[in-house]
Design a protein around this ligand. Sequence first.
Ligand SMILES: *[C@@H]1O[C@H](CO)[C@@H](O)[C@H](O)[C@H]1NC(C)=O
Ligand SMILES: *[C@@H]1O[C@H](CO)[C@@H](O)[C@H](O)[C@H]1NC(C)=O
Ligand SMILES: *[C@@H]1O[C@H](CO)[C@@H](O)[C@H](O)[C@H]1NC(C)=O
Ligand SMILES: CC(=O)N[C@H]1CO[C@H](CO)[C@@H](O)[C@@H]1O
Length: 533
Amino acid sequence: MTGSDLKNWPILSLLEKDFVKELSSVLIFGLGNEALMVTKDDAVYALGNNASGCLGTGDGHSTLYPVKIEALFQKGIKSFAFGIGPHVLALTAKGEVYSWGHNGYCELGNGSSNQGSTPTKVASNFEEKAIISVACGSHHSLALTEDGEVYGWGQNTCGQVGSGISTNQNTPRKINSVLAGKKIVQIACGQTSSMALTSNGEVYAWGNNSVGQLGIGTYINQLSPNKVAGLTGVVIDKVICGYGHAMALSDEGDLYVWGGNGYGQLGLGSKSNACQPVKLSMAEMGRVSDIAAVHSNHISAALAEGGKVFMWGQCRGQSVTTPTATPLLYLHDVLACYSTPPVMHEPLVLYAQDETSILDCLRQAFDDPASSDLTIQVQGKPIHVHKAVLKIRCQYFRSMFQEHWTENNQSIIEHDEFSHDVYKSFLRYLYTDEVDLPSENALELLYLANAYFETQLKRKCVQMIKRGITVNNVAFLYKTAIEYNAQELEDFCFKFALNHMTAVTQTAHFGKLDEATLKTFIAKAAHAGAFKT
Ligand SMILES: *[C@@H]1O[C@H](CO)[C@@H](O)[C@H](O)[C@H]1NC(C)=O
Ligand SMILES: *[C@@H]1O[C@H](CO)[C@@H](O)[C@H](O)[C@H]1NC(C)=O
Ligand SMILES: *[C@@H]1O[C@H](CO)[C@@H](O)[C@H](O)[C@H]1NC(C)=O
Ligand SMILES: CC(=O)N[C@H]1CO[C@H](CO)[C@@H](O)[C@@H]1O
């Protein structure tokens, strides 16, 4: 299952198809203008704005195209977390953590506050323990060890590092106090708050509590973890944070919300903050199976019964105060299409490897002799196609196979009216909806599209031809457009010729225009004022 359509993330628009096919996961972070991409062969690429060196490419340059992060090559990167600086944490399969980017609050955890433009291993104080997950707030970082301990570092103005004091923490520090001896299984960060979930479903919170985001019944910041007592009796499976709000999902699929609510992000139909967990009415959503939010914005999303995706909170600048059904298929798509900034709540994992879409299958089937049941021979060269596809996609073939086609017809058709390249491009278009042909051939394809009544293909050809128009060929294109009944192209050529009247009248093609066409052209040009003195 693919967790979202990459098309919904505009920053990835320039990626080449072949590159996209090799991706195994992607993270869009920062302000939505930064991306990290992991490939199937274990390389990591970055693209976007280099603010604070957050691309990790070392040279500090912004880039529109993917640049390989040498320091992470073949390190087995399996996940990322990011702050707003931005700073980035990358987690390897072996349980190591790399950090880079903004470091003004010591969020890289390497003992200094100098910006880091290349990923460096967070050396550590983890006492050789493997890390299984990482989380970041705006400027602080948390790491969870495999045996359930939490380490925190970075900005600590509100106690978000959980150290009991409020000075910034420049190296990872184990969070003890009430967490000591408890097995933590999940961590999450709001802008300046932190959460931990224990193996028996209890939630602990610390840090900024100015809007009640800790859910402990007060609005007082906490320098150490406190149990979210309002959830006693409920077993929580997952806890997440937005900028100043939090959501917890129970093992029965119920949703509890608390914290800042200025944009309706709690989904309670109001905009008042709540300093205690409130159970959301599940009447509309039914049982919830997954939730999403991220520390850099105020949106909430839930995957509910029947695979329906709901969203609420700050959605493209609007305050949506109750869970609202969307036609989206994935939680990631809510973040892509409605959050400000559009960043991911977690890396998007792509399983393109073992999954092929119907479009890919069709594309691959074109000219595949193994599955083809019809060969079209053009200029002596075979093109392998499928009668059913041609029938479904093209009126010309539909009537051909209906009227004069019996079981006895041989499975080879000869065609000599068009060149091989153009005919093949036409047939491929029937499978892919794309035209893959040099623009010099567009005219012949337009001729074919006209003959086969393929209006949509005609339109594509006209676009291609328009892009290749010159003073020299405009007269010829004008004549052809009239011949093929391509009104839009005719108008376009006429206007272009009018703008370059003197030069056009001196071209060879203009000289060759037949009398009728020439007459009409001159009359139209005169009408448009071409010969006024
Ligand atoms: C931490 O990283 C920064 C940026 O790469 C570097 O300037 C600094 O020397 C590092 N500090 C230590 C103690 O390694
Ligand atoms: C505490 O949280 C509130 C709400 O999320 C935020 O507006 C405020 O800036 C935070 N305080 C600090 C000191 O970061
Ligand atoms: C199919 O065979 C019939 C009779 O043998 C013939 O009349 C017809 O033209 C053939 N159709 C095509 C498309 O070759
Ligand atoms: C947009 C941005 O942050 N650009 C920076 C990229 O890196 C160079 C060199 O570090 C800076 O000079 C730019 O300001």
